[in-house]
Design a protein around this ligand. Structure first.
Ligand code: FAD
Length: 473
């Protein structure tokens, strides 16, 4: 460690001592909270910001982490207060998520196999209900003969089989793939997809629309998925991870501090929070998604490409309605409680208990359907979903109680669930997303081209911490 880092480490240790009587939780010790200047300030206590904080802490760097909400974890959010601890955010890790698994291992958190939901699948397409096995002959199946046997959620992989694959995520930057940075709609149509197939691919797309999503970004994500290994859950719920990451750095985290303005001067960065507090730092690690950053006042000279990325990166809204079934109504109509629909219900997943009994239904509404329902207050969203389900499945009448509505699109600390590139965006700014701009460094799942989700967030936290440590030394 260099001299300056060593002296920082000493300052930090004094600080730790001063803060050591603070309760672990959301409040920092008064001694610590009085300080307004730090070497590094991190904005956002999602996995990226927490991981950066953990690395900085180990290196003895003087830092502060500002979190806008009253909770750490961001888009990792286990609803611990509900039976069965359902996940509202990230659920699956992968056996080959190396960065994530290393942190999980170091913190002594376990992983476990994913508990299966109820068996079977019900399709609601063109207003007709059918069991998966009856789909080829369903009156709602308007697909051409060659695709009749393919369920709607199998269409995208099937259609893509005729096209190009990326063997590694970073191949999206190979010059020969640049021509794929076009709307997915145009790419699939070129591969021979007809209107009904395109409509069904669009219905529950991870993106806003096949007319705007970049085919190249989708192919990169499939390459990432291919390399993820077998899916796993974090034991006890995903929230156990950010909790454990927070514990050793809790003295350096201020909760309820929503950053509303970032001002970059020659040698320091000033941050202003919603409660009119001000902090300054030598270097700033921005760990909020671009969907949030575009709402923060930025007084900084940023490259054109970064400005475009912040403005234009797509974020898919996702809305969940958690429903408790009074009784297993699906035994009355004979259809599986799992559903894939082309309506505003989106998809319905089931959560089971240790005995395999269904304890909850969860709708997964995304894209334009989520935007439509997000226009309503939560209780209206709940009512709408129940009425749509009852209409499709009369056996469900008066059998469903709304437990919770979670809208990632409406959440002011997320403004969406997943980032994606719109057609043309990969070529225009993908290489600039994580490039530092003056004293500002950028981390978060959206900044890692070779990974996605929790793995990307953790990886970016390590990268960002290294960037600032190198500069400070
Ligand atoms: C429904 C859903 C399902 C998912 N499923 C999976 C999955 O199965 N597997 C997987 O790997 N990933 C999944 N993900 C994605 C994964 O959750 C994210 O990619 C990852 O958690 C992002 O971490 P992050 O730190 O980059 O951002 P975030 O988690 O968004 O963290 C940003 C933090 O910044 C805070 N913040 C925001 N604005 C401000 C502000 N102005 N001032 C201060 N703080 C602020 C937020 O409160 C938050 O704590 C899912 C996400 C969702 C929403």
């Amino acid at each position: 460690m260099t001299d300056s880092l060593t002296s920082m480490a000493i300052t930090r240790r004094r600080l730790l001592l001063a803060g050591s009587f603070a309760a672990v939780g959301t409040v920092c010790s008064p001694v610590f909270a009085q300080r307004k200047h730090y070497d590094v300030i991190i904005i956002g206590a999602g996995l990226a910001g927490l991981q950066a904080g953990c690395v900085l802490q180990k290196q003895g760097v003087d830092f502060l982490l500002l979190e806008g909400s009253q909770r750490v974890g961001g888009r990792v959010y286990t609803l611990d207060e509900l039976p069965g601890r359902p996940e509202a955010g990230a659920t699956q890790s992968g056996t080959k998520y190396h960065a994530l698994n290393q942190v999980i291992g170091e913190l002594g958190i376990g992983t476990e196999n994913i508990r299966p939901g109820a068996p079977g699948m019900t399709l609601l397409v063109n207003d007709r209900l059918s069991a998966l096995e009856d789909w080829p002959a369903s009156a709602g199946n308007l697909l051409p003969e060659a695709l009749k046997d393919t369920p709607p959620y199998g269409l995208l992989p099937k259609l893509l089989r005729n096209g190009r694959f990326l063997s590694r995520p970073l191949d999206w930057w190979q010059p020969e793939n640049a021509g794929l940075d076009i709307p997915l709609h145009a790419y699939l149509a070129d591969l021979g997809a007809g209107e009904e197939a395109l409509r069904l691919v669009d219905a529950n797309l991870n993106g806003e629309s096949i007319r705007t999503l970049s085919a190249l970004d989708l192919l990169r994500k499939l390459a990432v998925l291919q390399a993820a290994g077998a899916p796993m859950n974090i034991s006890g719920g995903s929230q156990r991870l950010p909790e454990a990451m927070y514990a050793p750095i809790s003295h350096a985290v201020l909760m309820g501090k929503q950053v509303t303005a970032i001002r970059q001067a020659q040698t320091s960065v000033e941050l202003i929070t919603g409660d009119a507090d001000r902090f300054t730092c030598r270097l700033c690690l921005i760990a909020v998604p671009f969907s949030v950053l575009r709402h923060i006042t930025m007084e900084a000279t940023l490259s054109q490409a970064k400005q475009q990325a912040i403005r234009e990166m797509g974020y898919t809204p996702v809305t969940h309605v958690l429903l408790r079934p009074e009784r297993p109504f699906w035994r009355d109509d004979g259809f599986s409680p799992n559903m894939w629909t082309d309506t505003d219900l989106g998809r319905v997943f089931t959560q089971t208990d240790e005995q395999g009994e269904v304890i909850r239904l969860r709708t997964w509404i995304q894209g334009p359907a989520a935007r439509r329902v997000d226009g309503m207050p939560d209780h209206e969203i709940g009512k709408l979903v129940v009425s749509l389900l009852e209409r499709a499945r009369p056996a469900a009448k008066s059998q469903l109680e709304v437990e919770r509505v979670i809208s990632w699109g409406k959440n002011p600390f997320a403004h969406g669930a997943f980032s994606h590139y719109l057609a043309g965006g990969v070529g225009q700014f993908s290489r600039d997303v994580n490039r530092p701009e003056g004293l500002l460094h950028f981390i978060g799942a959206h900044t890692e081209p070779s990974a996605s989700g929790m793995e990307a967030a953790v990886k970016s936290g390590v990268r960002g911490a290294r960037e600032v440590i190198n500069r400070l030394s």
